[in-house]
Design a protein around this ligand. Structure first.
Ligand code: SAM
Ligand code: SF4
Length: 322
């Protein structure tokens, strides 16, 4: 089992399978994003070896993210192989919904039903402003199709001051007739341009107070290790949640490891990279002891990790995977 020095068991891995993206969300990357050279991305073989190693050490849940995961050539056959790894019980995907729709039946057939769809606005013009691409209707069509196929959908909405805070209630209204969860995420400083901030106005409490002024929010039990605080509104089919991604209130139960598109291992989103899988494998070194050591050296929370971070944070969430 992978256990850190603070007695937290690591059984969940998020892996960014590409840094490439077909949107340019302002909070995630610049328009002229420099993507990494192709040969520095993890190969299928490296991903599978890594996941086999982690699964043998107790990791049972995998989230596939990016960049936009469906831009990775051969994603479906790779998912089939991940699915076959002994010990992997659940695969979930986070996607922007641009290419996703045509893959839904195949995903369903594979038993992959947990899909997080990123959507920060319900307004077409604003979608273009946020993502710099005119693809609102494609994403909405994907959402509709996911629901028609009874997939377990979570909408990820990054809450940005002066951008989309007037839509919190509109997003919440979606849960009335649809069995989905809308999760409002605090904005984090990972836009690939060194954008930093020392505080956010729209933290999870502020978000909840605005929604709570319109809807009666009933707290529901959160899943173990959940990063979201979840609520139900009487009469609604779905739920809402808030993710204190900047406030970092959930670090005490953090059970996750992050693998970037280039194979960097992050034991905390806010910290430096701990090691690189590609480098270790290329040097012929054993992977598990290196990962175990990195997990042992993990900071107690994201605030400590950020304090000890060296170098300016120029990272884009597309490389880290969210
Ligand atoms: N491209 C896919 C998508 O957008 O769903 C997967 C990768 S994206 C990096 C994963 C998640 O990170 C998305 O839900 C996105 O909204 C979130 N994200 C990206 N940058 C963020 C930031 N600066 N603060 C908070 N969330 C962010
Ligand atoms: Fe692409 Fe996702 Fe980043 Fe938006 S959040 S630019 S969709 S990787």
């Amino acid at each position: 089992m992978l256990i850190d020095a603070h007695h937290r068991i690591i059984n969940y891995v998020r892996i960014s399978v590409t840094d490439r993206c077909n949107l340019r969300c302002t909070y995630c990357m610049p328009e002229n994003m420099h993507f990494v050279p192709h040969q520095t991305l993890l190969t299928d073989g490296e991903i599978l070896f890594l996941l086999q190693t982690l699964a043998a050490a107790g990791v049972s849940r995998v989230r596939i993210t990016g960049g936009e995961p469906f831009l990775r050539p051969g994603l479906l056959p790779l998912l089939e192989k991940i699915k076959a790894i002994p010990g992997i019980e659940e695969i979930a995907i986070t996607t922007n919904g641009l290419l996703t729709r045509s893959y839904i039946p195949a995903l369903q057939q594979m038993g992959i039903t947990h899909i997080n769809l990123s959507l920060d606005t319900l307004q077409e013009t604003r979608f273009l402003e946020i993502t710099r691409r005119n693809k609102f209707h494609t994403v909405m069509d994907t959402l509709q199709s996911l629901l028609q196929h009874n997939m377990q959908v979570k909408i990820n909405t990054v809450v940005m001051e002066n951008v989309n805070t007037d839509e919190l209630v509109d997003f919440t209204a979606l849960t009335r007739h649809h069995t989905l969860s809308v999760r409002f995420i605090e904005e984090m400083p990972f836009n690939g341009q060194g954008h930093t901030f020392s505080g956010i106005t729209w933290n999870y409490q502020h978000i909840l107070s605005v929604i709570g002024a319109t809807y009666p929010l009933q707290k529901i039990t959160d899943a173990p290790h959940s990063t979201s605080l979840n609520y139900h509104i009487p009469g609604h089919q779905g739920n809402i949640g808030v993710i204190p991604a900047y406030s970092r209130t959930f670090c005490g139960t953090c059970n996750r490891l992050r693998i970037s598109a280039t194979g960097s291992v992050k034991t905390c989103l806010y910290g430096n990279d701990a090691l690189n899988v590609k480098t270790i494998l290329q040097q012929g070194q054993p992977l598990l002891p290196a990962i175990t050591a990195a997990i042992q050296a993990r900071f107690i929370n994201g605030v400590e990790a950020a304090l000890h971070r060296t170098g300016k944070n120029m990272e884009s969430m597309s490389v880290i995977g969210g």
